[in-house]
Design a protein around this ligand. Structure first.
Ligand SMILES: Nc1ncnc2c1ncn2[C@@H]1O[C@H](COP(=O)(O)OP(=O)(O)OP(=O)(O)O)[C@@H](O)[C@H]1O
Ligand SMILES: [Mg+2]
Length: 622
């Protein structure tokens, strides 16, 4: 029997919410995919710690599609002022605004300018933002109004921080394009922004809005999942060894049937996906992308937690929050970053960390103790000539949470029934450069016949893959659903239903069950790009003119009610049914389109062709 939907409550505040709704950035029906008409494909990797961009002229990709040769992707070489001559493919994800809230600089120049301002005690009022991407993973109630603190704890709208950063990257890319001498118009650029696979749809929507604010037209903008992009790149790269003759081997791309696991170990997130190469140089997803927020930066956080133990939380918090100590704090952060990367233990197995004299003075003043003596009660720590000596055992402890999370995630994936025969593990992202991390992964697979590969240019894997993927999305033949998706419906009462869900509706006061989770697709279900799932819904009252359909996700395979643990409301879709002539004998089809990196839910009153207005609430869902 038909499911019934709840009508919109008269005071649901829908009007207020719909203003910022509208299926944001998705192609309207009938509108053609314009990707083919773009001359340039430009990808932005907006990382937690580092960001970069790359672009390619389409005809280069046309050539690359027919051969496994690397295509001619152009990268920006970012130059750090303090290490003159040192170029990298990414620049720090840091934004500096002046005291009027206007853009000043982004990346290395922002970092350097703010550092100089701090050193001259002239930084008050300037707004410096870094590591802000993590808010999109951690903030469950993200809206366009969400605020984030700057370095001096003054708050600012997160969406503007993202938009101003993206605007700078976009404009820098356009400047770089112009220098090539080609007269490229903005409308001829197809934008791709890479995002962690473990973001929820709300975070993706937020990023889209920020990109639009930055001036990227929504219909010219698409997302690529970071581990997926890296997998596309790796698939086209010569990473597999093949015997040519006798003892002679050559490097070739993976052959059809190869199953590999891709680990994108970034500053913020650990992203994992498992793929199989299928005919047509395409990829099939063997396990849905998963991960955690314990990337490389979590090591720095752990370092600071240990410092808090030895200095005490009062002293540490004073040191962190006093505006005239900002330059010293920055020095300490840089020192920890450097030591984390190099891990150059002395002959006694200690790592030496230079501690700003101001911190020691603060400790001795506040605690009235000698710091060196104080450390006698902290095994594993010593203090000599301005350096904190941290024993290797403590350093191992510092790496444990992140490394354990990585091991658990990998183990959980390989324990799945269908995840067998993985022959290669590819590690990309800056954190995979850590010898502790790569050794952990190698040790995990040492008894299996699995190759652990860290490509020479792991920085570029995501960017290059994103460019290729967006030109050629069919390369990802199938995906697996990261959530169970569904809607909240009223349905007829079933034996065993929860009494609290009982409600009577309609003229005959029939018994219904509320909050029923009606599934579009289950967690980890495999689907093809563009595949749709439809739920048929019927009005409960004959005079209904609008049906509100709440869309939910769940991290469980079989949620019964939308109020179960792990369920989250994504937003609301409103299907208009103005013609009431047929009363209860009317139907709306609610269709979810899977396969793009975002989801599209559309509602349509049947029979065919009856135009219905569709509104989708995501960021502003209460
Ligand atoms: N040699 C190294 N040893 C340990 N960590 C390293 C090393 N080199 C880089 N990292 C860490 O890698 C991280 C940066 O990696 P990457 O540039 O891939 O991250 P991101 O793209 O900014 O982050 P995300 O992908 O999570 O948004 C930082 O945490 C950095 O400290
Ligand atoms: Mg990254």
């Amino acid at each position: 029997m038909a499911s019934g939907l709840e009508e919109i409550e008269p005071d649901s505040g829908l009007e207020e919410r719909t203003s910022s709704l509208s299926i944001h950035g998705h192609r309207e029906e009938g509108e053609k995919n314009t990707r083919e008409s773009k001359i340039v494909i430009a990808a932005i990797d907006f990382g937690t710690t580092y960001s970069g961009y790359a672009y390619i002229f389409r005809d280069e990709l046309d050539k690359a599609k027919d051969s496994s040769e690397k295509s001619n992707v152009i990268y920006k070489h970012w130059q750090s002022g303090s290490d003159a001559g040192i170029c990298s493919h990414k620049t720090p994800t840091c934004l500096l605004l002046n005291s009027a809230g206007k853009f000043d600089s982004f990346g290395y120049p922002a970092e350097e300018k703010y550092y100089n301002l701090m050193n001259n005690n002239a930084h008050l009022g300037w707004r410096f933002f870094k590591r802000f991407k993590m808010i999109l993973l951690n903030e469950r109630n993200l809206t366009t109004e969400t605020k984030i603190p700057d370095d001096q704890n003054n708050i600012f709208k997160a969406i503007d921080v993202f938009a101003l950063s993206l605007k700078f990257i976009k404009e820098d890319l356009i400047r770089s394009l112009k220098r090539t001498g080609f007269d490229i118009k903005e409308k001829e650029i197809q934008w791709v922004i890479t995002i962690p696979a473990i973001w929820n749809p709300r975070s993706k929507q937020f990023m889209r809005m920020a990109a639009e604010k930055a001036g990227m037209k929504s219909k010219q903008l698409e997302f690529a999942l970071e581990p997926e992009a890296a997998a596309v790149y790796v698939k086209e790269t010569k990473v597999a060894k093949q015997r040519v003759s006798g003892d002679e081997h050559a490097l070739v791309p993976f052959s059809v049937g190869t199953r590999f696991m891709l680990l994108d170990l970034g500053g913020g997130t650990i992203d994992i996906s498992v793929k199989e190469v299928v005919p047509g140089r395409a990829l099939k997803e063997i396990h849905r992308a998963s991960g955690s927020g314990l990337g490389g930066d979590s090591i720095n956080v752990q370092f600071f937690q240990h410092l808090e133990k030895v200095f005490g939380s009062k002293v540490m918090s004073r040191f962190k929050n006093e505006n005239n100590q900002k330059a010293a704090l920055y020095d300490l952060e840089m020192e920890i970053e450097l030591k984390k990367r190099n891990l150059d233990f002395d002959q006694n197995g200690n790592l030496k960390i230079a501690i700003p004299p101001a911190l020691i003075e603060m400790f001795e003043e506040d605690e009235d103790k000698d710091f060196e003596e104080h450390l006698n009660s902290f095994p594993g720590f010593k203090f000599k000539r301005g350096k904190l000596l941290v024993n290797q055992k403590i350093i191992t402890e510092i790496f444990i949470p992140s490394v354990t999370s990585l091991i658990q995630l990998v183990r959980k994936i390989i324990a799945q029934e269908n995840v067998t025969k993985i022959s290669d593990i590819i590690m990309v992202g800056g954190f995979s450069q850590s010898p502790i991390v790569s050794k952990t992964v190698k040790d995990l697979f040492k008894h299996e016949n699995v190759n652990v590969i860290i490509p020479n240019d792991p920085d570029l894997a995501v960017l290059q893959g994103a460019v290729m993927y967006r030109y050629w999305p069919e390369v990802v033949r199938t995906r697996r659903s990261p959530y169970t998706y569904g809607t909240r419906l009223l349905r007829l009462w079933l034996d065993g239903d929860d009494e609290s869900k009982m409600t009577r509706r309609g003229k005959s006061k029939e018994v219904f069950c509320g909050d029923h989770f009606e599934k579009f697709v289950s967690l980890n279900d495999e689907f093809e790009t563009g595949q749709t799932a439809t739920i048929k819904v019927y009005p409960v009252e004959a005079d209904t003119t609008e049906m509100a359909i709440d869309v939910y996700t769940s991290d469980k395979s079989d949620p019964r009610y939308t109020t179960d643990n792990g369920c989250e409301k994504l937003g609301r879709l409103v299907v208009h049914m103005p013609d009431t002539t047929k009363g209860l004998d009317r139907r709306a089809d609610v269709t979810m389109t899977m396969g793009s990196t975002e989801i599209v839910v559309q509602g349509k009153m049947m029979p065919d062709g009856t135009p219905t207005k569709v509104v989708f609430d995501m960021l502003n869902a209460k």
